[in-house]
Design a protein around this ligand. Structure first.
Ligand code: PYC
Length: 310
């Protein structure tokens, strides 16, 4: 068994794109995700988990488009399961397709489980995409977080569900990552325990905290806890989308105005919105670089051929 993958990172966050070795799956992108999860989860475990992957690796599986006009159907996955959308992953996929010579600068649509995203390849590394409809579901939701008291934040959707904490528990800087991780993990557990969800009971599986920027020109810095309880090294495309939706809803961001969102490692996304009824369509821009091109081998005698745990 062999999987051909191309690795990239988008503003520090890795994406592993499978370009060969996938089964051919019928149906639309949601049916393809379901079949991958139910019958071929070893692919996610092989590409995302140790010893070949890591807890921060996001996998992306490409399929022929099930929707007219789109380049591919794409299913994103991580160390614990599958994602409806992934912003840094979208930028990584488009930059990788350019590196493979499959696309040229211009617009390219990807059909994700959360909906169609309109990506634009600007040059070999720079990609922007208009994300799916994003909105704030609830403002100023207070929950009780063991060890941290009452924590207040907004529930918003940016392709994934987010809880955007109002006040950070500590400085939002890399040297505080252990405290930020413990705090955001406790917030995630408290949300689940106290039944705070996204629309139709959707699990909130990303937590975002904000602090003052540390790089020139940035407007805000974030720390984003992802579903596998690892933080995003990039400013998080879906998280920045959720933030843009909240700023717009609060009248703090005008249509077309640019927000420069810094990540915990000091990398940047630029974001802006197009207004829509009840929410926004965010556009996120960032850069990705290809870091590897390899064949993952699964030796039948290797007890960890399909990853460790997960
Ligand atoms: O960029 O949307 C994103 C993302 C989600 C999880 C990791 N990155």
């Amino acid at each position: 068994m062999e999987l051909h993958v191309v690795d990239s990172h988008t503003e520090g966050e890795p994406t592993r794109l499978v370009i060969d070795g996938l089964p051919s799956l019928e149906g639309g992108v949601k049916e393809r995700l379901a079949e991958l999860r139910d019958a071929y989860d070893w692919i996610r475990r092989t590409i995302c988990l140790e010893p070949r992957g890591s807890e921060v690796a996001i996998g992306a599986a490409l399929f022929p488009p099930s929707v007219e006009d789109c380049l591919y159907d794409v299913v994103f996955m991580n160390n614990t399961g599958y994602l409806g959308m992934c912003g840094h992953g979208t930028i990584g996929v488009i930059a990788t397709l350019a590196w493979l010579g499959r696309i040229q600068p211009g617009e390219h649509k990807l059909n994700t489980v959360a909906g169609i995203v309109k990506a634009r390849l600007h040059d070999a590394h720079t990609v922007s995409f208009e994300n799916v409809f994003s909105y704030r579901l609830a403002k100023d939701v207070s929950i009780s977080v063991p060890g941290h008291g009452v924590v207040t934040g907004d529930v918003a959707y940016g392709g994934n569900w987010f809880f955007l904490v109002k006040s950070p528990p500590t400085e939002v800087v890399a040297s505080r990552i252990p405290e930020l991780e413990a705090f955001t993990s406790a917030v995630m557990d408290a949300l689940w325990g106290q039944g705070v969800t996204g629309k139709a009971g959707a699990k909130i599986d990303h937590i975002e905290v904000f602090g003052p920027p540390t790089v020139t020109g940035a407007d805000s810095k974030n720390y984003v806890l992802c579903p596998g309880k690892q933080h995003d090294r990039s400013p998080c495309g879906t998280g920045t989308s959720a933030k843009l939706a909240c700023l717009f809803a609060d009248g703090k961001l005008a249509e077309g105005e640019v927000l420069r969102q810094e990540s915990i490692i000091g990398s940047l996304f630029e974001g802006s919105v197009r207004a829509a009824e009840g929410g926004v369509f965010p556009t996120i821009k960032g850069r990705a670089y290809v870091t590897g091109d390899c064949r993952l081998l699964c030796d039948q005698e290797d007890p960890f051929r399909h990853g460790i745990g997960g």
